[in-house]
Design a protein around this ligand. Structure first.
Ligand code: NI
Length: 176
């Protein structure tokens, strides 16, 4: 079996760390590089196509993502302090999240975005994306602001998810 030494714990709803806005990164140091490496490993192990630092319990504005999410070639992208500077057109996508287990729902977002941030060396990095990558980047930047995709769905659908979650947690309890 392949050893996954640096897989980090993924926090799930309703953990408060997911509701807390992350702080801007001010120093690009070895600790940050390690966090980025571990986040990339954790994302691919999950498996997922994007991960924000909040999801591993770190309140720093860092996201990692798969640059070719349809092909899943393990071509990871990193953005530090990302900001969506341009968004055009609308797209509706069935979204899921590693922090919202066993649930997916359609969310309306921008179909094309430009996201501005820093790469892992601290150089300015603009990423233009459309389609699934655009959805993914908006979803991850949302995480840094303490927003989950279930915050974008109707109150009724959200209530159904909470009910399902309560039931799942209860069943887990009974098994323990
Ligand atoms: Ni997510």
């Amino acid at each position: 079996m392949e050893e996954t030494a640096h897989e980090m714990k993924i926090y799930t709803y309703p953990d408060p760390v997911l509701k807390t806005p992350a702080e801007p990164v001010r120093e690009i140091d070895g600790e940050l590089q390690r966090l980025i490496d571990w986040m990339i490993e954790t994302m691919y192990d999950a498996p997922g196509i994007g991960l924000a630092a909040n999801q591993v319990g770190v309140l720093k504005r860092v996201i990692v993502f798969e640059r070719q999410p349809r092909e899943r070639r393990r071509n990871p992208g990193v953005l530090i302090n990302p900001e969506i500077v341009l968004g055009e057109d609308q797209i509706k996508w069935e979204e899921a999240c590693l922090s919202v287990p066993d649930f997916s729902a359609e969310v309306v977002r921008k179909g094309q975005v430009k996201v501005r941030g820093l790469d892992r060396q601290g150089n300015p990095s603009d990423i233009e994306a459309e389609d699934l990558l655009a959805v993914c980047l908006q979803h991850e930047v949302d995480h840094l602001n303490g927003t989950l995709f279930i915050d974008h769905i109707s109150a009724l659908k959200r209530a159904l998810y909470k009910k399902k979650l309560t039931k799942m947690l209860k069943e887990q309890d009974e098994m323990d």
